[in-house]
Design a protein. Structure first.
Length: 83
């Protein structure tokens, strides 16, 4: 499972979303997008506390895979191993 951690107004997050969408389309998989500020406002500040200073963050199966940008070669290799 892929998750993209973001926040509103983050240009790096928008770029990561575009790149992740393209990569996921190539592999026929999807991803969830989570705004860490919204989650924190809704009562769970843990994601923002852990990852808020290095957004965007890509999580693969709940583990940090990359931050600030999508590590495309590594992500493609990891997704290919799952096929």
């Amino acid at each position: 499972m892929l998750t993209l951690l973001t926040r509103a107004g983050c240009s790096l997050c928008a770029t990561a979303r575009t790149e992740l969408t393209r990569i996921c389309d190539d592999f026929g998989v999807g991803f969830d997008e989570v705004d860490v500020d919204v989650v924190a406002t809704d009562g769970d500040p843990a994601l923002r506390a852990e990852y808020g200073d290095r957004l965007p963050v890509v999580l693969l199966d709940g583990d940090e895979h990359s931050y600030w940008e999508v590590d495309e070669p590594r992500l493609r290799a990891d997704l290919a191993r799952r096929r």
